[in-house]
Design a protein around this ligand. Structure first.
Ligand SMILES: [Fe+2]
Length: 243
């Protein structure tokens, strides 16, 4: 009897019920393109056991020129539709900010409002190839205004793979790391998978996310969820559980 309850409790603790990082606001980036697709995908998240999805559309100057206000309006429409369809999931909005000189300037503006999640967490991504010149400066400025920077999919940045000094600096500056589930199956590349394993072995992952863009993408997550390292990352004290 005792074992039965213990097992149930452990399972509950290890389940990842909140997804952080996806592109489910219709028609604003390279994610879902219609309300129907957004609803179909959120139904899949709900049926897979997720209780909450915090979606993070791209905000990238000159590429995805999304404003926080416009994204909030479309997000509200999706929330209404979810209620209408009686889909049992909480759907929240944040954003994935691309770090370029525009963002590095904008973060100086005290009137600029950012789409954050949880404890003022700000999800940001960078170029895959080169370390942004102003990475340290941006982190300092974000923290100075009370934001907690979360680096999206650090395992995907080539410039980080062989730069342990930079990795150490990011840790010292208290940047949090969000791993993409699909990095664990080799979906992006073998190199990315290898670095994902290193980050998990070093216990450096704080959040796990699907980075889901469409239905096909969602279906590929199951291969990653069967890997040894997915079990291993769920054993870390992930902050998803506090969202
Ligand atoms: Fe993304």
């Amino acid at each position: 009897m005792f074992n039965f309850f213990k097992k149930k409790s452990d399972t509950h603790f290890k389940d990842l019920t909140t997804d952080l990082h996806s592109h489910l606001i219709p028609g604003v980036d390279d994610g879902v393109q219609s309300m129907e697709e957004a609803i179909a995908l959120l139904r899949k998240f709900s049926e897979s056991g997720y209780r909450k999805v915090i979606t993070t559309p791209h905000i990238m100057h000159d590429f995805y020129n999304n404003s926080e206000g416009e994204l909030s309006k479309i997000h509200a429409d999706v929330v209404k539709r979810l209620a209408h369809e009686r889909i049992d999931i909480t759907f929240e909005l944040a954003a994935e900010y691309y770090l370029d000189d525009h963002l590095n300037e904008r973060i100086n503006d005290p009137s600029a409002q950012f789409l954050t999640f949880g404890k003022n967490y700000l999800l940001f991504e960078t170029s895959f190839m080169n370390e942004p010149f102003y990475l340290a400066e941006f982190i300092f400025k974000a923290k100075s205004r009370g934001l907690n920077p979360v680096m999206a999919h650090p395992e995907r940045y080539n410039y980080l793979h062989s730069d342990s000094d930079l990795l150490q600096k990011l840790i010292e500056r208290q940047v949090l790391f969000q791993l993409n589930i699909n990095s664990l199956s080799g979906y992006y590349s073998k190199q990315v998978r290898k670095f994902a394993h290193t980050l998990i072995d070093k216990k450096l992952i704080h959040f796990v996310g699907s980075d889901c863009h469409n239905t096909t993408h969602f279906d590929t997550l199951s291969a990653s969820k069967k890997t040894k390292y997915y079990t291993k990352v769920l054993e870390l004290p992930l902050l998803n559980r506090q969202l």
